[in-house]
Every structure is written in C-alpha cells, then in structure tokens.
Design a protein around this ligand. Structure first.
Ligand code: GUN
Ligand code: ZN
Length: 426
C-alpha cells in the first residue's frame, strides 16, 4: 500500500552551488514499494492515490534523510574526548578504543549503539571506517542490514605506526579486504569501501595492495584521509621522501581516480587541487572535527569543481548531528569569507554527500524512483528556535534557525526504504 506524507516537502531540482532555482517545495510526497512515487500538491496527490495511508506532518519539513559521508563508527564511545593534535588524539583515545574491537561482541554492541544514534539524528545513510578487525566490518554491515539501510564501510588497513594488535600486513589487508568485499558488496543496500586509513599508517606496499584490489573491483569506492593537519603532512613528507606531495602517495599506488573519497583535504597544494579535479575524486568536509581537533578551514570553493560531501567524522567530530555539522560548515565558511546559503548547506548534507559516494541517483534527494529514506524535521523544536522562526518570511528563514541551533530534538520521524522507523526515545 502507498503512503502519502503531508508537510513542507523539500527537494532539489539542481545543485544550489550552480543554480539559484535549484530548490523545490511541495505539499506532499507519495511512497510505494520502498521508493518515492510522486511529489506535488496535496489535493492532486490525494485524488491520484485514494487508497494511500495519509500521515500529516503539518508545517514540519520533509526531506531526504541525511547522508554522513565520513564516520568512524568504532569511535562512538570516545566522542568528545579532550585532546591536543590529531596524532596525540589517535594515540591517546582512538587506537586503544579500536583495540577493543578484537572482541566481536563489543563490535556488535557499538555498531547497534552507533546506528541508534545516527537514526535518532536523522542520518539514514553513512560511509564508515571500521577497525583493522574483519569482525568489526561484519558487525557494521549486519546492523545496517537489519535496519534496511543503504550503508558503506570497509576494513581499516594499517601496517605501520600503530600499536601491536592494531596492525595487519600488506598481504593480510589485501586478503581480508577482498574476502569482506566479496561477502558484503552489493548485498541488499550495502557497499564495501576499500579503506587504507591514511599514508602514515600504511607502507607503500600496503597502499599498492589496496590499489591492486581496487583495480580488480573498480566499481567500489576507496576512502582514506588526506591533508588534515600540517604536522601530519610534514610526517608524510618524511615517510615518503620521493613523493611530490601527500596526494602523490596515493596517486602512485593507483589510489586516485573517480570513486576515491578523501576525508578532510584541507591543506592542499595547487597541484593536488588540479589533480583531484582532473581525476574526478570526491572530498568530504568534516567541519566539527576540523575545528575540534584544530585542523583548519576547508575551502568550499572546491564544491564548484568536484564532488564535495559533508560528514560528522564521529568521533573526531564532536556531534552525531548533520544539523550541527551544517552549522559548523556555515561557521567555517564565514571564517573563509564564503557565506554558504542554507540551501547549499542542506544540499551538502543530503545530495552532496550522496554524490560524493556516487549514490546520488538512489539517496540524498526526493524524486520519483529514488529510495524512500526520509527525515521529518520540526522547525520549532526548542523555545529558542521557535521564537526565531516566528518572524520567518520564507522557507530558508524558517529553516536556518534549525540548521544553526537544532539537534536530535528536531527529528520527529525517520523513514527507511518506505518504512517508518521507531527512533529511540520517540
Ligand atoms: N586520520 C587518520 N585516522 C583518523 C581518524 O580516525 N580520525 C581523524 N579525524 N583523522 C584521522
Ligand atoms: Zn576520519
């Protein structure tokens, strides 16, 4: 049976970084068989779908669910840990926590907790790093599959500069990744992502092994970190003296082409930028992480040249909320003299991230034929937000206070694959 949802239905007819008229606002959306059937006026859709079950969300905003293009689900428990710089933070909090994922029961427990939190914050798809343990990948995909999510992840590969118990080898990383890829890639709505953590923790041999695996499975994504902090970049220079720059450490091993998804990418040289554009790679902006760990200010001007997604980077990022992440992206943009319009922020958190993951025809927007993952947002979820929206004269004046001050309290409903979810606490 079809469902008909009434509310302020937000979708994109184009990219708001390119077209001023990219935004569509409708009164209703029809869902059937897990897909979006139609958007339009309430009366017309009611008449065309007389048997549909109607849910009236009043003045709430109905949007595609948020797509978080870069998270570390194993870092759920260490979010908001005080620290200094990236490498200290990795050694002090991240690596000891990731060590615990040697226990598959712990991995399953954290995966379940992570997905409950993500859904409660309106995030319906995510691209995650696991740990080096194959069972941590199984835990992620089993939990995503049981919830019917479109989700992306891979085994994090590290064969140096990580503690005992958290290192694989070039060969075992290749073998384990390949086995997991064959097990999970394309199962239901799941995609395997080849995942070398970053150049400091992979030998050239391991990066080459990941490049070889990617050549065997060219339709997979490959994710890693790039140029997040200046001291990290100096370390990469020491570790790879022959390389022209950080990106070159990936490029020479076959890890730069369309489908490459680089997290952070803040301190890029002119050569790196032009190679990324030529190659058609994706970048992921992680603004709460970049301010929390003190990494730097991403250049959103790049969104006009290549695929840019938005992400929490949990637990380097300080929130599970893509609303908080949009707020941080706005603030970072302001510090760079790039005032992002709310439509651009919303697009980045939905269609932009989906595009960075090459899934823009399936998720991240509401249009006939797309998968029915939706979030319903209360635009007056707290007294502070409510009083600010009371004077709004247009859609974006009504939405912007929720972008800047909203969190999981604004999420009134989540639909996955056309099914309404019972979100924890609601
Ligand atoms: N660089 C390599 N690993 C990580 C990680 O886990 N978090 C962040 N923010 N940066 C990284
Ligand atoms: Zn990361």
């Amino acid at each position: 049976m079809a469902d008909l949802l009434l509310g302020q239905v937000l979708s994109f007819a184009g990219d708001p970084f390119e077209a001023a008229d990219a935004v569509r606002l409708d009164e209703a959306v029809v869902i059937e068989g897990g897909k979006i059937r139609a958007l339009g006026a309430a009366g017309a859709l009611r008449a065309a779908h007389p048997g549909a079950q109607v849910t009236d969300y009043g003045r709430s905003l109905i949007s595609a669910g948020f797509v978080d293009a870069h998270v570390h689900y194993p870092q759920t428990a260490i979010i908001a840990s005080w620290g200094k710089r990236l490498i200290d933070w990795l050694n002090l909090y991240t690596f000891p926590e990731e060590m615990r994922f040697a226990d598959p029961a712990y991995a399953a427990e954290v995966a379940a907790r992570y997905f409950d939190l993500a859904l409660a914050h309106g995030t319906t798809s995510m691209c995650s790093y696991a740990t080096i343990h194959p069972a941590s990948v199984d835990a992620f995909f089993e939990a995503a599959r049981s919830r019917g999510l479109r989700a992306f992840a891979g085994k994090t590969c590290m064969d140096r500069n990580a503690p005992d118990g958290l290192r694989d080898t070039a060969q075992s990383a290749y073998d384990d990744s390949k086995r997991l890829l064959q097990k999970w890639h394309g199962v239901d709505r799941l995609s395997y992502v080849i995942t070398p953590r970053f150049s400091p923790t992979s030998t050239p041999e391991q990066l080459a092994a990941m490049g070889a695996l990617w050549r065997e499975y060219p339709d997979c994504l490959m994710q890693t970190h790039l140029s997040e902090q200046t001291d990290e970049i100096a370390w990469v220079k020491d570790l790879f003296p022959q390389s022209r720059d950080y990106l070159d450490t990936y490029e020479t091993q076959g890890l730069l082409r369309e489908g490459a998804v680089y997290g952070h990418a803040i301190h890029l040289t002119a050569r790196e930028k032009s190679r990324l554009v030529e190659a058609g790679a994706s970048l992921v902006h992680c603004p709460t992480s970049n301010t929390f760990i003190g990494s730097g200010l991403f250049d959103m001007g790049l969104a006009r040249q290549l695929r840019v997604g938005l992400a929490t980077d949990t637990g380097g990022g300080s929130s599970f909320s893509m609303l908080r992440t949009m707020a941080a992206a706005y603030e970072v943009g302001q510090l760079r003299g790039q005032a992002l319009h709310p439509s651009q922020l919303w697009w980045l958190a939905t269609q932009g991230s989906a595009r960075a993951l090459r899934a823009e025809h399936q998720i991240g927007n509401l249009a006939p034929g797309m998968e029915a993952d939706l979030v319903v947002i209360d635009l007056a979820s707290t007294p502070a937000i409510e009083q600010a929206t009371r004077r709004a004269e247009d859609l974006w004046q009504a939405v912007f206070p929720t972008i800047m001050m909203g969190d999981d309290r604004a999420i009134c409903a989540v639909w996955i694959g056309g099914q309404r979810q019972s979100v924890t606490g609601r």
